[in-house]
Design a protein around this ligand. Structure first.
Ligand code: KG4
Ligand code: ZN
Length: 344
């Protein structure tokens, strides 16, 4: 059995966790930065990096204390090394390197997306490779075939915005505040999803990708026209996202076949109508549907520690020279999607 310290700082959550290779979560600490970013309606990279730098070391100490462990008890230190906001990633990675060096423990540089991709296996020991993953968060919107540790096939990605980003922008347009996803979902419950005609970008396109930028522009126009109730815009927007995700998932299954399991990860997995749709698509295609608990779907360090544990078990550790990567595709063989790059 090995014990892994995980560190996460790639966006607006600072997190530290201690997880064993036996799937025991000994500590899992998280400090959000909602209050810092709220006045700006989104994450400000410089503010995020500074907040990570202030809070990470005490958070790691708190995680070790909660677990009743010291650095000597840890077998390896896993830190997110990308992709993400580079200032924040550097804070976490440098901290991980310093601890690894001081304690004489191996460093594992974890791809944040691999953290999301493997997280369902932390809570579900029966989830075997390969499985189909819908990764929908504020920074990512991808369909992946998870074939093994370090082995991913990207079946679809966004050519512009991520799904969560579209929710956040819609919330901003409708004046609902930040973070937008849960607010749009709650507001949409009072609206009519058929009231506002909105586009479904790339639906039925032969290219297997997502696009949400045009949907956002349409939301702006619908709002500015003054012809629609904001709750109807929210409901119609959410329905458009559901329809886009469904169409692209069905295409991926059609093109590449199904797996025993369909898994969802990322903050947008909290969305009720999106979850219901995924469950239905899984059912229609003879797949079991697995969703990790909500706290594990959004950014956290337990998933980084777990990805570290899986990599450690496979004998994969990294040199202290490892450089933080703002972009780091999980599937290096995947073709660049038109217009994409940032989130691929
Ligand atoms: O995974 P996450 O915590 O961070 C990233 O890696 O991006 O995801 C946060 C994203 C935000 O865009 C947030 O608005 C969205 O997930 N989100 C939701 C819901 N809850 C969170 N989107 C739609 N419906 C929700 N209920
Ligand atoms: Zn994430």
């Amino acid at each position: 059995m090995s014990l892994i310290l995980g560190i996460e700082s790639s966006c607006d959550e600072t997190a530290a966790a201690l997880v064993t290779s036996d799937r025991e979560i000994l500590a899992h600490k998280l400090a959000g930065q909602e209050a810092e970013h709220a006045p700006y309606g989104g994450v400000v990279p410089e503010i995020a990096a500074r907040a990570h730098a202030e809070i990470l070391t005490p958070l790691i100490a708190a995680a070790l204390a909660e677990a009743g462990k010291t650095l000597d008890d840890v077998d390896a230190i896993a830190a997110t090394a990308g992709p993400g906001l580079i200032g924040g990633v550097m804070v976490g990675l440098v901290t991980g390197k310093a601890l690894a060096m001081a304690a004489g423990k191996p460093l594992i540089a974890v791809n944040h997306l691999e953290g999301h991709a493997l997280s369902p296996r932390l809570v579900n020991p029966d989830l075997a490779f390969p499985y189909l993953l819908m990764l929908v968060s504020g920074g990512h919107c991808q369909i992946l075939r998870v074939e093994g540790v370090g082995q991913y096939r990207r079946l679809a990605t966004t050519i512009d915005d991520a799904a969560g980003e579209a929710f956040d922008k819609t919330a901003k347009i409708l004046g609902l505040g930040y973070p937008g996803g849960p607010r749009v979902e709650a507001f949409a419950r009072q609206g009519d999803p058929k009231a506002v005609p909105l586009p479904r970008p790339l639906v039925r396109s032969p290219e297997p990708h997502f696009s949400f930028a045009g949907l956002k522009s349409a939301v702006v126009r619908a709002h500015q026209s003054g012809a629609h109730k904001p709750e109807d815009i929210a409901a119609s927007f959410q329905q458009a996202v559901v329809d886009c995700l469904r169409d692209r998932l069905e295409k991926a299954i059609q093109d590449h076949g199904s797996c025993a399991h369909l898994v969802v990860a990322g903050g947008v997995a909290a969305n009720g109508p999106i979850r219901a749709m995924l469950e239905q698509v899984a059912d229609e295609n003879g797949m079991a549907f697995t969703a990790p608990p909500q706290w594990l779907c959004t950014d956290n360090a337990a998933m980084i520690a777990w990805a570290g544990a899986e990599r450690f078990a496979a004998g994969l550790t990294d040199s202290l020279d490892f450089v933080a990567r703002p972009r780091w595709p999980l599937d290096p063989t995947a073709e660049k999607a038109r217009g994409a790059g940032v989130k691929a």
